[in-house]
Write a protein that binds this ligand. Structure first.
Ligand SMILES: [Zn+2]
Length: 109
């Protein structure tokens, strides 16, 4: 059981295994649980890339999809993603290319 867990039941064992293996949730100043709000809905940002070998054998519902190419795990039942650090780094770079500005994290939401 993850303290303050605020995601869906389907993703908790996956996240628990990733954290036990050493990954960390990128902290948010206003949110205690691992998931945080955004304009696109709730998501869980991890600092390191997702180690899919760690979660390969975890029993999970069919709606939980592993996407190593995207460095993400997604619950299609609840529409909740866990993003690895590599996914978030690519997103920030794409945003910077598109806007021509340095990425500034918005901690207000
Ligand atoms: Zn779910």
């Amino acid at each position: 059981m993850i303290y303050g867990y605020n995601g869906c039941d389907h993703l908790e064992p996956v996240l628990e295994a990733l954290l036990a293996a050493g990954n960390r949730v990128d902290p948010h100043p206003q949110v205690t649980g691992p998931f945080r709000p955004s304009q696109g809905g709730m998501y869980c940002p991890l600092i390191d890339a997702i180690d899919f070998a760690v979660i390969a054998d975890i029993p999970r519902v069919p709606d939980v999809a592993f996407d190593p190419d995207d460095d993400a795990v997604f619950c299609h039942s609840c529409w909740l993603p866990i993003y690895g650090g590599e996914n978030l780094r690519r997103s920030r770079e794409a945003w910077e290319r598109a806007t021509g500005k340095p990425f500034q994290p918005n901690t207000d939401r």
